[in-house]
Ligand binder design. Structure first.
Ligand code: ATP
Length: 202
């Protein structure tokens, strides 16, 4: 799986539709201060399912929508599309049926986010699991923000372990275990209620 294209529309400073081709190999983004380099990295995290507004340097998720400028009104929605080259068919099961995978996330004011994978409506969780199973995603250590290196050097061993687990591709398993535990708890609750009903009828 390789990132092939990133399309932005109304995302932060990228008010006009912008289409970036990501070539194989190392990609660098250069430009003057404030031109939107970090916004690009945030767009990548966001389309992969990032849900913490703080990770987007905002107070709420709608802050990713173009907020307007002296000469341009604010937009009502923001959309980011990430195209993945899957010619080698390395995508996780369930997403591996095509040579290209296009993930689209769109946020509309007062209506929240919606996701699509190859035009099919999916949940945020499906997108997050796709990337977790592929050992990448919005929390991936491959996406390095400013200041993150010094944070890593000063990190506690527990935080470093999270990075190693991500690299080992097991972070998706933690999410599944958590969901299985919640289902187990719900089932135990149902069993307890059945016991109560049976006891009441006896
Ligand atoms: P530096 O090199 O200083 O870190 P940068 O190239 O990484 O800068 P960014 O931080 O990505 O730049 O972009 C900052 C710009 O994005 C600012 O001009 C800011 O006003 C603009 N911006 C951020 N959010 C929005 C938004 N919701 N609507 C419009 N513009 C926005």
């Amino acid at each position: 799986m390789r990132f092939a294209r990133l399309r932005l529309n109304g995302f932060k400073s990228f008010v006009d539709p912008t289409d970036l081709v990501i070539h194989p190999g190392l990609t660098g983004v250069v430009g003057p201060n404030g031109c939107g380099k970090s916004n690009l990295l945030e767009a990548l995290r966001w389309v992969m399912g990032e849900n913490r507004p703080t990770a987007m340097r905002g107070g709420g998720m709608e802050d990713v929508i173009f907020a307007g400028a002296a000469t341009r009104p604010a937009r009502n929605f923001a959309e980011v599309a990430l195209v993945i080259d899957n010619a080698e068919r390395l995508a996780p099961a369930g997403f591996n049926e095509a040579d290209q995978i296009e993930i689209v996330r769109r946020i509309t004011r007062d209506a929240g986010s919606a996701y699509k994978v190859n035009t099919r409506d999916v949940r945020a969780r499906d997108v997050q699991m796709l990337f977790a199973d592929a050992s990448t995603g919005s929390h991936s250590p491959a996406l390095v923000r400013q200041g993150q290196i010094s944070e890593l050097i000063n990190a506690r061993p527990k935080s470093r372990r999270v990075i190693l687990e991500e690299a080992a591709g097991i972070s998706g398993l933690y999410q599944r275990r958590h969901e299985a535990e919640l289902r187990l708890q719900a089932t135990e609750g149902n069993l307890a209620r059945i016991d109560d009903v049976v006891a009441a009828m006896a």
